[in-house]
Each structure stands twice: as C-alpha cells, then as structure tokens.
Design a protein around this ligand. Sequence first.
Ligand code: HDE
Length: 736
Amino acid sequence: MAISKPKPKVTKATSSQTITAKGSTNSGSAGRKRSASRKSTTLTTAPDQRSIGGETHQRSTAETQILTTAQGVQVTDGQNSLKVGDRGPVTLSDFQLREKIFHFDHERIPERVVHARGYGAHGYFESYGGAEDLSCADVLARAGERTPAFVRFSTVAGSQGSADLARDVRGFAVKLYTKEGNWDIVGNNIPVFFIQDAIKFPDLIHAAKSEPDRGFPQAATAHDNFWDFASLMPEATHMLMWAMSDRTIPRSFRFMEGFGVHTFRMVNSSGESHFVKFHWKPKSGLQSVLWPEAVAINGADPDFHRRDLWNAIGAGDFPEWELGVQVFNDEWANTFDFDVLDPTKLIPEELLPVRPLGRLVLDRVVDNFFAETEQVAFCTQNIVRGIDFSNDPLLAGRNFSYLDTQLKRLGSPNFTHLPINAPKCPFANFQQDGHMAVTYRTGQTNYEPNSREGDERGPRETLVKGFAECPAAENGPQRRARPELFADHFSQARQFLLSQEPLERAHMADAFVFELSKVQTEAVRLRMVSNLRNVDETFAASVATGLGITQLPHASIPAATINTQLPSVPSLSIMSNPPADFAGRRVGVLVANGTPADVLARLLEQLASARVTVECVAPSINGIVDSNGKPIEVAHAVSGAPSVLFDAIAVLAGTEQSPIDAATKDWIRDAHTHCKVIGHINAAAVLFEAAGVQPDAGYVLLDRKSSGFVARCAAGREWSRDESATRHPTLMADRR
Ligand code: HDE
C-alpha cells in the first residue's frame, strides 16, 4: 500500500498575508467571573490574527497554555480542518478533527432518570459534638471539627434543561466526606413521600413525567397521567397536600428545609441503637414565591435558583443549615399513631423535638458543572459506622436503586474513582479493572486472604472501627403485604392542611384547581375531589368550586378510620414561621435620569447593612444619571428584569419617565399583585397611577431620612393584596 506523502502544514495563519485584528471584541478575558452582576471588562488586546479566510487565530504567548490534542500533540491551527487545497475535500487523515468531533459526539451522559435538573456546591459540616450517646459516627464526634461536604439540590420531574421554578418537590442530597467513609443523606425538601413501597416508584415517576405519546408537559404534573395515578393511590394524599403547598415553589434553595424522610438508625459505641429522622433547617428561614411569580420567573430567568446559589456564595453570603434529628426508640414508636416505617407519615416536631447535631455551610461554587454537579453520585446506601437503616420498604428499594443507576449514568463501576465521588479518607481494597479505572493497586496480590508479607499483603479487615450492622433480629414469613397502620392515608394529610394559615390553604386550593383544570378526563378530577373530601370538606368544596364542579362526588371510601382530632402542627406552616430578617434577599430599584441621589444613597446603604442585594433597573442600562448628574450603575433594563426577580422593589423614578412604557407599568403592577413591599419617592405617584395600582400599607415612602423600608420588607409581604383569598372565602373564614 502506498504511503501518502506528508502533507504540507497548514500555515495560512502565520503567512505574510495575515491581518492583525488589534482591539477585536473577542471575549478572551482571563479569570472567571463568580457573580452574575455586571462588571466592566477590558477588551482584549491579545495578538489575535485573522487569516485570509477571515477566521481569527489566537496564538499562545509566554503566559498562555498551548492548545494540544487529548494525546498532547500541540495544535497549530484549531480553526481549519485538513483539506486538499483550500476548498476540500477534507482528508480522513485529519486526526485532530476526528478526535475533537469524536469527543464532542460523546459529551452527553444519560441524565438522571429523576432529579435530572440540579445544582451543587461545596462546603463543610461542622459537628456540635456531644452526640456519643446516639452515634459513634466519627463525623459527629468532635465539636467544631469540619468535614468536607458536597450538596446537590434538584427538582424531580423535569429534564436537565427544564426551568428552576417548576412546581415540584426539591431534592436535597448531601455527601459528607467523613474520615470513616462517605455518608450520603439523599433527602427532599418535604418530609414525606408519595408512596409506601419502592415497587411503585417507576409507576409514580412514569405518571409524573411527560406523557409518553406526546412527550409533554415538561416539568409539570398538571396532566392526566399524574392525577389519574395519584387519585388512585390514596397513600399519596399527604404528599399531594405538601406538593400543592408553597413548599414546592421555594424562593431559593437557601430558603428551604431538608428531610431524610425515612426513619434511620443511629448506633453508639456500645452497639445501642435509636431510631432517627434527619432534618436540615435553613438559617435564613423558609420562604416561597407565589405561583404567578413562579410562572413568570421561569420565563425571565429559568436558572433563578442556581443563579441565586452561585451569587450568594460568590458574594460571601454562605447558605447555612442546621442538621438535627428526632430521636426515638421502639417503645416510643409503639405509642405513635402511625408506623414509623411508613414514609408517607411524619413525626411532628411538637411531639418529638429536633435535637441539633451540627451545621452545614456551603462556601464554594463548583469549578466545573459537569465534573462535579453532574457526575456526583449519591447513594442512600452510603452510610458510615454509627448510622444504619430501618426497615422502611421504600428505603430498601432506594438502597438498591442508587448504586444501580450510577452504572447506567456514569458508565462504569469505577464512578467512585471520580474526584467528586472518591472518599477523602484512606481507602484500599482488591476491586480492580472495569471501564476507566483510575486508581489501582500495584503489586502481585489482588485477593484476600493471602499469605504475602509487607506491602504485598494489601489491606486487611478490622475489628476496631469496622462497620457493624445493627443486630436487629428479623424473623417472619415471606409475604407481599403492607402493615395495617400504613392504611391511614388521610389523617396526616388533614393535619398538614389544618396546620397551615388560611391563606396558605387558599394557595393550596389554587394549586389543586390549576393542576386539575389541566386534566382532561372528568372522572379523574372527580376522583381527586372525592379523595379530598376525606381530607377536609371545606377544602374539597373550595377546590370543586374552582373547577366548576356543582355536584360534589361522594367521598372515597378510606382504607382506615380517619383521625380528625390530630392537633395542629404550627411548625409545618411557612407563614407561621417567617424569617427573622430580610438578609439574603434581592431588591430591585427603579431609577431614571434625575433619581434623587441622596435617597438612592441612603437606600443602598441601608440595604447593604441588612445584607440585602440591590440591583438598579432603568429604561436602559447605560447613560442614567442621578439628580447630581452622577452616573448610576444600572444592572438591568426594565424589560430584561421583571419585578418577579426581586423580593421587594423601590421606585425612585417618576415624572421624568415619559412616556411610561408597558414594561415599567408591568414592573410595578406585578410587584403590587405579588404582594411585594414597594418603597417609593413622592414623584412615583405618576407611575403608580399609570400602572393602575393603589398604594397601601405595603408602600413605604423613601426620603433621605427614612429608615422603615428594610423593617417593612422583613415583616413580610402585604398579603391583603393576595387574590387567592378572594377566590377561597370559605377557607379564609376557616380559623381552625
Ligand atoms: Fe430518589 N432516585 N428514589 N428519592 N432521589 C434518584 O438516583 C429512587 C426517593 C432523591 O442530586 C436516582 O442518582 C427510588 C425519596 C434525590 O444526584 C434514582 C425511590 C427521596 C435524588 C432514584 C426513590 C429521594 C434522587 C436518580 C423509591 C427523598 C437526586 C439519579 C424507592 C428522601 C440525587 C440518581 C442527586 C435520585 C431512585 C425515592 C430523593 C433512580 C427507587 C423517598 C434528592 O436512583
């Protein structure tokens, strides 16, 4: 076979015909921006060169790395494939083109079958110590000791590219890289789950995701399949009440709780075991957005939650949660109204307080989304000495599923070799080979027991700190069955509903009405209402009215007697437990030419000292000057940053805004409708009139002396404007 002559190197870019494009607007800025806020950037003056075909070549300098192939061959021309002549054909011998496209073609890995959309960050867990009576877990042993952590928050139903503010349960998965192995607590922001047995999980998820024939709706349960399934599964009712509450439209990851959901065990050094339920409590408190806001945020900034986390960490405002446990034993479990192995039930904190164990702080964003957030592999079965499982049948299924799914997703049993998944403590075993093995043992021995000496012996078992399963005595006939106590599907659903403030109940009713109004099959809508009658008649009737159902269907027949006497649990309500302050929030300030400089300065100063982010919004991002003629730093054009992106607004513009455009009117009207606190100067009256809003108790006059704006924001929204209340008068009148 003839060997083709070596082709002359493509040297166009270095030929005398190249044109230097000094001052080109190319984006080769060094360093990474850590925040989405606007920064002034220097236009590059790198020695870019343009060749006769017009393409730009950026050559390495003493400061830059040299571009190479994956095999390390230095690249001369990264812009052109190898051709015969200038106009082709392209030759097959272009190994650089082949390698680059090959790698690109294989960039995607399967997205998670659930929780595909998520966002992660690094941090640490700091133990409070003093938990020896409960657990011998090393991570809890020493007060003040910090253990590296990685957390991934997620939605459940949507694909990786779906929007952050879908009405959905949020995943709250924590990996603690302890000195005795990785411990994963793979929880949610809701303490209960839809189903009681893992065998129903594929059905639940099939029903919740897009319908298979049409491939929509995306990231939404507002469709026939979900409600058909849910209405036939009364065990889901409790979780449905949570799912239709404001919990599923959180303000951000920073303002939501996390729960381990299942009952776990903690085991102390004497081998004594207690049951525990895990809780993560956000230091910033609980907050949610309103449904119309969520819908608008999804359009204006589908990355709202991940951007919020990125920006908060970038600004040094590190999100923090406290880890706590509810602790109980068999005797207590036997006195509880429900089965502690039933994941559709919770234990009210008022009955069993949460005992704090330590705090989790997120202080570092990822360096690479794919390498960390995407490749992190949480597994419920990753537990450490001092922690153990209970017999919750849902947990058992999860313990199989998570390991299994990593093989599909990451493609190799060696996913534990990836830096984000590898333990940060010493580890050694005789596992070997497999796709993409990165860490491996040297030497001849790959089995145990062995009779080798020295290093050749390899690792050995230990009785000192080895993992010891809790010696639970299991016994009984093999059966496919559920315990009798699991059959109470409605009592806690009702307890959750009645623990909410009336307005929260109205929001829940609105959510049911919205979701069910998207269901085309009338029988499904009726079946769901008949289940709701077992939760609460007033609530069911309000939902039915919203759906235009004039004749209420019979209540469905409950599988067990409903306990209507369970006490209210105030800790379950967001509105009853507002955050202590307004820290960590975001205020949008509408400015225009002539905005009073002193008022603006005072507002910015007050918000900064309250640790509130402020962004100025104006008709255009350039050229806006205050009353002193000084330029105002404007972050967004009004049309690019609707007021749904802010927790509160201030209107420091007025008469100079002429004509008043639709975006400005919407900006104000939306904030008003969404019950936001609105700070303003007197001149803003003209804008309020144009927007058709009537100032009320949620409006705060700002001048150069005023100080009440932040306090008013901290006191919460102006709920008197909430239209949900007018849609559900019976719920609002119900003070149970
Ligand atoms: Fe999951 N779940 N799940 N789940 N889950 C996954 O694992 C599964 C359940 C949760 O950020 C998958 O790595 C089964 C309850 C979170 O990477 C998969 C059952 C709770 C995450 C899986 C459940 C969760 C997952 C998909 C019923 C709250 C995201 C990708 C038996 C306590 C973790 C993956 C991350 C992810 C299976 C039920 C939380 C397929 C079989 C209950 C936060 O393994």
